[in-house]
Design a protein around this ligand. Sequence first.
Ligand code: HEC
Length: 205
Amino acid sequence: MKQSLVMLTTSIVVIFLEIAACHSPQTQQPISSSPPAYGGYPNQVAWGKHLVAIGGCADCHTPKVMTAMGPIPDSTMYLAGHPAQVPPPKITRSEIEKNGLMVTNDLSVWIGPWGISYAANLTPDETGLKGWSEAQFITAIRKGKWKGLENSRPLLPPMSFVAAGMNENFNDDELKAIFAYLQTIKPIHNLVPASFPPVSPAPPH
Ligand code: HEC
Protein backbone atom coordinates (compact mmCIF):
# COMPACT_ATOMS: atom_id res chain seq x y z
CA MET A 1 0.00 0.00 0.00
CA LYS A 2 2.77 2.35 1.10
CA GLN A 3 4.85 1.28 -1.92
CA SER A 4 2.07 1.97 -4.41
CA LEU A 5 1.51 5.39 -2.83
CA VAL A 6 5.19 6.22 -3.42
CA MET A 7 4.89 5.02 -7.02
CA LEU A 8 1.76 7.09 -7.55
CA THR A 9 3.45 10.19 -6.11
CA THR A 10 6.47 9.57 -8.36
CA SER A 11 4.22 9.25 -11.43
CA ILE A 12 2.46 12.52 -10.58
CA VAL A 13 5.82 14.28 -10.19
CA VAL A 14 7.02 12.85 -13.54
CA ILE A 15 3.81 13.94 -15.30
CA PHE A 16 4.10 17.40 -13.73
CA LEU A 17 7.70 17.72 -14.90
CA GLU A 18 6.74 16.63 -18.40
CA ILE A 19 3.94 19.18 -18.58
CA ALA A 20 6.30 21.86 -17.27
CA ALA A 21 8.87 20.85 -19.89
CA CYS A 22 6.25 21.13 -22.63
CA HIS A 23 5.63 24.71 -21.64
CA SER A 24 9.22 25.73 -21.25
CA PRO A 25 10.38 28.28 -23.86
CA GLN A 26 12.97 25.87 -25.32
CA THR A 27 10.52 23.18 -26.35
CA GLN A 28 8.10 25.72 -27.76
CA GLN A 29 10.56 26.31 -30.59
CA PRO A 30 9.34 24.45 -33.70
CA ILE A 31 11.48 21.39 -34.25
CA SER A 32 12.55 21.54 -37.89
CA SER A 33 13.93 18.60 -39.81
CA SER A 34 14.49 20.67 -42.98
CA PRO A 35 18.10 21.14 -44.08
CA PRO A 36 19.79 24.49 -43.39
CA ALA A 37 19.29 27.18 -46.05
CA TYR A 38 21.92 27.16 -48.81
CA GLY A 39 23.20 23.75 -47.64
CA GLY A 40 24.80 25.45 -44.63
CA TYR A 41 26.77 27.89 -46.81
CA PRO A 42 26.49 31.64 -46.05
CA ASN A 43 24.61 32.46 -49.26
CA GLN A 44 23.24 30.98 -52.49
CA VAL A 45 26.34 31.83 -54.56
CA ALA A 46 28.74 30.21 -52.07
CA TRP A 47 26.57 27.10 -52.09
CA GLY A 48 26.54 27.08 -55.92
CA LYS A 49 30.33 27.34 -56.00
CA HIS A 50 30.57 24.29 -53.77
CA LEU A 51 28.11 22.33 -55.94
CA VAL A 52 30.00 23.21 -59.14
CA ALA A 53 33.23 22.05 -57.48
CA ILE A 54 31.86 18.70 -56.30
CA GLY A 55 29.83 18.31 -59.51
CA GLY A 56 33.10 18.25 -61.44
CA CYS A 57 31.79 20.76 -64.02
CA ALA A 58 35.29 22.19 -64.58
CA ASP A 59 36.64 18.74 -65.54
CA CYS A 60 35.10 19.16 -68.97
CA HIS A 61 34.10 22.83 -69.14
CA THR A 62 37.52 24.34 -68.26
CA PRO A 63 40.24 24.06 -70.92
CA LYS A 64 43.58 22.68 -69.74
CA VAL A 65 47.23 23.64 -69.81
CA MET A 66 49.50 20.74 -70.72
CA THR A 67 52.33 20.06 -68.27
CA ALA A 68 54.91 17.30 -67.83
CA MET A 69 52.48 15.76 -65.34
CA GLY A 70 49.57 15.90 -67.76
CA PRO A 71 46.71 18.37 -68.22
CA ILE A 72 45.82 20.87 -65.47
CA PRO A 73 42.90 23.36 -65.55
CA ASP A 74 43.66 26.68 -67.25
CA SER A 75 42.59 29.13 -64.52
CA THR A 76 42.33 31.98 -67.08
CA MET A 77 39.61 30.00 -68.90
CA TYR A 78 37.56 28.81 -65.91
CA LEU A 79 34.37 27.13 -67.25
CA ALA A 80 34.79 28.87 -70.64
CA GLY A 81 34.29 25.64 -72.64
CA HIS A 82 36.28 24.18 -75.51
CA PRO A 83 38.59 26.92 -76.87
CA ALA A 84 37.14 28.26 -80.14
CA GLN A 85 40.51 28.33 -81.94
CA VAL A 86 41.40 24.67 -81.24
CA PRO A 87 40.23 22.39 -84.07
CA PRO A 88 38.93 18.88 -83.36
CA PRO A 89 41.59 16.14 -83.57
CA LYS A 90 42.41 14.66 -86.97
CA ILE A 91 41.10 11.13 -86.62
CA THR A 92 39.07 8.74 -88.74
CA ARG A 93 35.71 9.64 -87.35
CA SER A 94 33.78 6.78 -88.99
CA GLU A 95 36.07 4.26 -87.20
CA ILE A 96 35.62 5.98 -83.86
CA GLU A 97 31.87 6.27 -84.33
CA LYS A 98 31.59 2.54 -85.11
CA ASN A 99 33.95 1.29 -82.43
CA GLY A 100 33.39 3.49 -79.43
CA LEU A 101 34.24 7.05 -78.58
CA MET A 102 37.21 9.29 -78.14
CA VAL A 103 37.81 12.31 -76.01
CA THR A 104 40.61 14.84 -76.17
CA ASN A 105 43.00 14.96 -73.22
CA ASP A 106 41.40 18.17 -71.92
CA LEU A 107 37.97 16.45 -71.93
CA SER A 108 36.49 19.28 -74.01
CA VAL A 109 35.89 17.47 -77.33
CA TRP A 110 33.86 14.25 -77.39
CA ILE A 111 33.51 12.15 -80.56
CA GLY A 112 31.21 9.14 -80.82
CA PRO A 113 28.13 7.77 -82.60
CA TRP A 114 26.34 11.10 -81.92
CA GLY A 115 28.98 13.08 -83.85
CA ILE A 116 31.17 15.69 -82.15
CA SER A 117 30.22 17.61 -79.03
CA TYR A 118 32.22 20.42 -77.47
CA ALA A 119 32.09 21.43 -73.79
CA ALA A 120 29.97 24.60 -73.63
CA ASN A 121 30.90 28.03 -72.31
CA LEU A 122 29.21 28.37 -68.90
CA THR A 123 30.49 31.89 -68.12
CA PRO A 124 28.14 34.92 -68.18
CA ASP A 125 29.43 36.18 -71.56
CA GLU A 126 27.18 36.48 -74.61
CA THR A 127 29.02 33.41 -75.97
CA GLY A 128 28.03 31.59 -72.76
CA LEU A 129 25.14 31.83 -70.31
CA LYS A 130 24.69 35.62 -70.36
CA GLY A 131 21.00 36.47 -70.63
CA TRP A 132 19.88 32.98 -69.62
CA SER A 133 17.01 32.91 -67.13
CA GLU A 134 17.06 30.62 -64.13
CA ALA A 135 14.12 28.72 -65.70
CA GLN A 136 16.16 28.21 -68.90
CA PHE A 137 19.02 26.67 -66.92
CA ILE A 138 16.59 24.33 -65.15
CA THR A 139 15.08 23.31 -68.53
CA ALA A 140 18.58 22.63 -69.90
CA ILE A 141 19.32 20.22 -67.07
CA ARG A 142 15.89 18.76 -66.26
CA LYS A 143 14.79 18.27 -69.89
CA GLY A 144 18.27 17.91 -71.38
CA LYS A 145 17.74 20.74 -73.86
CA TRP A 146 20.48 22.75 -75.56
CA LYS A 147 20.34 26.45 -74.56
CA GLY A 148 17.55 25.53 -72.15
CA LEU A 149 14.93 26.15 -74.83
CA GLU A 150 11.97 23.76 -74.91
CA ASN A 151 12.09 23.23 -78.70
CA SER A 152 15.86 23.03 -79.12
CA ARG A 153 17.87 19.88 -79.77
CA PRO A 154 18.58 17.36 -76.99
CA LEU A 155 21.89 17.72 -75.17
CA LEU A 156 24.48 15.34 -76.57
CA PRO A 157 26.76 12.94 -74.70
CA PRO A 158 28.49 13.24 -72.35
CA MET A 159 26.31 16.14 -71.09
CA SER A 160 23.14 14.09 -71.63
CA PHE A 161 24.44 11.58 -69.05
CA VAL A 162 25.77 14.30 -66.76
CA ALA A 163 22.38 16.07 -66.84
CA ALA A 164 20.60 12.77 -66.12
CA GLY A 165 22.86 12.30 -63.09
CA MET A 166 22.20 15.86 -61.97
CA ASN A 167 18.46 15.23 -62.24
CA GLU A 168 18.74 12.32 -59.88
CA ASN A 169 20.98 14.07 -57.39
CA PHE A 170 20.26 17.79 -57.38
CA ASN A 171 17.00 19.41 -56.26
CA ASP A 172 15.70 22.64 -57.80
CA ASP A 173 17.23 24.80 -55.04
CA GLU A 174 20.63 23.26 -55.80
CA LEU A 175 20.25 23.87 -59.56
CA LYS A 176 19.26 27.47 -58.82
CA ALA A 177 22.35 27.87 -56.62
CA ILE A 178 24.57 26.49 -59.41
CA PHE A 179 23.03 28.93 -61.88
CA ALA A 180 23.36 31.86 -59.44
CA TYR A 181 27.06 31.07 -58.99
CA LEU A 182 27.69 30.67 -62.74
CA GLN A 183 26.27 34.17 -63.24
CA THR A 184 28.95 35.60 -60.90
CA ILE A 185 32.09 34.08 -62.44
CA LYS A 186 34.36 35.99 -64.82
CA PRO A 187 32.74 36.32 -68.29
CA ILE A 188 35.03 34.89 -70.97
CA HIS A 189 34.43 35.50 -74.66
CA ASN A 190 34.77 32.11 -76.34
CA LEU A 191 32.40 31.00 -79.08
CA VAL A 192 32.50 27.21 -78.75
CA PRO A 193 32.05 25.46 -82.14
CA ALA A 194 28.61 24.02 -82.84
CA SER A 195 28.17 20.27 -82.41
CA PHE A 196 28.60 18.15 -85.51
CA PRO A 197 26.44 15.24 -86.75
CA PRO A 198 27.95 11.75 -87.20
CA VAL A 199 29.57 10.79 -90.53
CA SER A 200 28.31 7.21 -90.47
CA PRO A 201 24.68 6.10 -90.26
CA ALA A 202 23.59 4.67 -86.91
CA PRO A 203 24.35 0.91 -86.71
CA PRO A 204 21.33 -1.44 -86.95
CA HIS A 205 20.11 -2.82 -83.60
C1 HEC B 1 32.01 14.74 -68.81
C2 HEC B 1 32.09 16.11 -69.30
C3 HEC B 1 31.15 17.14 -68.71
C4 HEC B 1 30.89 17.40 -67.38
C5 HEC B 1 31.49 16.72 -66.15
C6 HEC B 1 29.92 18.47 -67.35
N1 HEC B 1 29.61 18.86 -68.62
FE1 HEC B 1 28.23 20.26 -69.14
N2 HEC B 1 28.55 19.87 -71.12
C7 HEC B 1 29.51 19.00 -71.63
C8 HEC B 1 29.44 19.01 -73.08
C9 HEC B 1 30.33 18.21 -74.02
C10 HEC B 1 28.42 19.90 -73.42
C11 HEC B 1 27.90 20.21 -74.83
C12 HEC B 1 26.72 19.28 -75.12
C13 HEC B 1 25.97 19.57 -76.42
O1 HEC B 1 26.50 20.30 -77.28
O2 HEC B 1 24.87 19.06 -76.55
C14 HEC B 1 27.88 20.41 -72.18
C15 HEC B 1 26.81 21.32 -72.10
C16 HEC B 1 26.34 21.88 -70.92
C17 HEC B 1 25.26 22.82 -70.85
C18 HEC B 1 24.41 23.33 -72.01
C19 HEC B 1 24.99 24.62 -72.53
C20 HEC B 1 24.23 25.20 -73.69
O3 HEC B 1 24.71 26.20 -74.27
O4 HEC B 1 23.13 24.69 -74.02
C21 HEC B 1 25.12 23.18 -69.52
C22 HEC B 1 24.12 24.17 -68.95
C23 HEC B 1 26.11 22.43 -68.78
N3 HEC B 1 26.83 21.65 -69.66
C24 HEC B 1 26.28 22.54 -67.42
C25 HEC B 1 27.13 21.70 -66.69
C26 HEC B 1 27.25 21.74 -65.24
C27 HEC B 1 26.54 22.73 -64.33
C28 HEC B 1 28.11 20.75 -64.89
C29 HEC B 1 28.55 20.32 -63.51
C30 HEC B 1 27.50 19.93 -62.58
C31 HEC B 1 28.53 20.08 -66.12
N4 HEC B 1 27.94 20.70 -67.19
C32 HEC B 1 29.42 19.02 -66.18
C33 HEC B 1 30.37 18.22 -70.89
C34 HEC B 1 30.34 18.08 -69.49
